[in-house]
Design a protein around this ligand. Structure first.
Ligand SMILES: C[S@@+](CC[C@H](N)C(=O)[O-])C[C@H]1O[C@@H](n2cnc3c(N)ncnc32)[C@H](O)[C@@H]1O
Length: 272
């Protein structure tokens, strides 16, 4: 089969790093996600994945973050059989294939048009009540098309740091203001992570820029009546860190003791 040539750059290109991380993880005998579809997609892409700078340690880190968000999404869907999932900035993430929701769940994958185009060509279209939306998440139009009568979980991984704080706030307020109830599941960088962005090869080599650093997860509670933070898990405390190579485990332990560094990344769960 012909390989896909990549013409993406900047923010869109960074999704190749997280895809590659899940592919690397899938090859491990002690895999976190077992995401073989990520490996199959990587094999179909003509791209120098060395550019992502992904290592055995960072690949496990990306997989563990994805696993936490998968588990929270699964828990939400177990409580709400008839629900909507907004999977924002989906990139080439196979979350819908991994979770395989029942047809009572309306699943919407959203990313920029060039990413969605590539996604259509590379990943098998899931069955069930599934759609892809080709739009910036910051555009106002797409959300008003989503039926507003169901509990809704919005899951967004690797997105907030590419938005400005104002864009992130507006997005969160539009989601929490539209649906009767639901959850927001996402990861964020702390302000130190934003300062150190040039140290992240996937960001630097793609020419992407990070903007929003979130140091106080509880700040968001003031953005919408009833929005409340259920969990704020530091990356250095993620469940499953024992799957990292020993050098990676050691650096996580050291970082966990350094103010600023311990808050460099978090995974967050809110309800509204
Ligand atoms: C680091 S990648 C993460 C992709 C995917 N969530 C994953 O974990 O593999 C960042 C993604 O955010 C998307 N993105 C960034 N800003 C966006 C916006 N304003 N609207 C839609 N997608 C956006 C990019 O196109 C890219 O797919």
């Amino acid at each position: 089969m012909d390989q896909e040539k990549i013409t993406l750059s900047g923010t869109q290109e960074t999704m190749l790093a997280t895809l590659y991380a899940r592919a690397v993880d899938s090859r491990s005998p002690d895999t976190v996600l077992g995401d073989t579809a990520a490996q199959a997609a990587v094999e179909r892409i003509a791209y120098d994945f060395g550019k992502t700078g992904m290592t055995a340690t960072t690949a496990v880190g990306v997989a563990l973050r994805a696993k936490q968000l998968d588990d929270w999404t699964t828990a939400f869907l177990a409580e709400h059989q008839k629900a909507t999932v907004l999977h924002l900035a989906c990139g080439l993430d196979t979350r819908v294939q991994r979770l395989d929701p029942p047809s009572s769940v309306h699943w919407i994958d959203v990313d920029f048009p060039d990413v969605v185009e590539l996604r259509r060509r590379l990943l098998p279209e899931p069955s069930g009540d599934y759609e892809m939306v080709a739009s910036s998440v910051t555009d106002e139009a797409w959300l008003s098309e989503v039926p507003d009568d169901r509990p809704t979980v919005a899951v967004f991984e690797g997105l907030t740091m590419y938005l400005t704080k104002d864009e992130g706030k507006r997005l969160i307020q539009r989601i929490t203001g539209r649906f009767p109830s639901g959850q927001l599941l996402f990861d964020c960088y702390g302000s130190l992570g934003i300062k150190l962005q040039k140290c992240v090869p996937a960001v630097r080599n793609a020419g992407a820029t990070l903007h929003w650093g979130l140091d106080d997860p509880y700040e968001l509670e003031g953005w919408h009546d009833g929005l409340s933070c259920l969990d704020a898990v530091r990356s250095v405390d993620m469940p499953g860190l024992e799957k990292m190579p020993s050098t990676g485990r050691m650096s996580m332990k050291v970082m966990a003791h350094l103010p600023g560094f311990r808050d460099v990344g978090r995974i967050l769960r809110y309800r509204f």
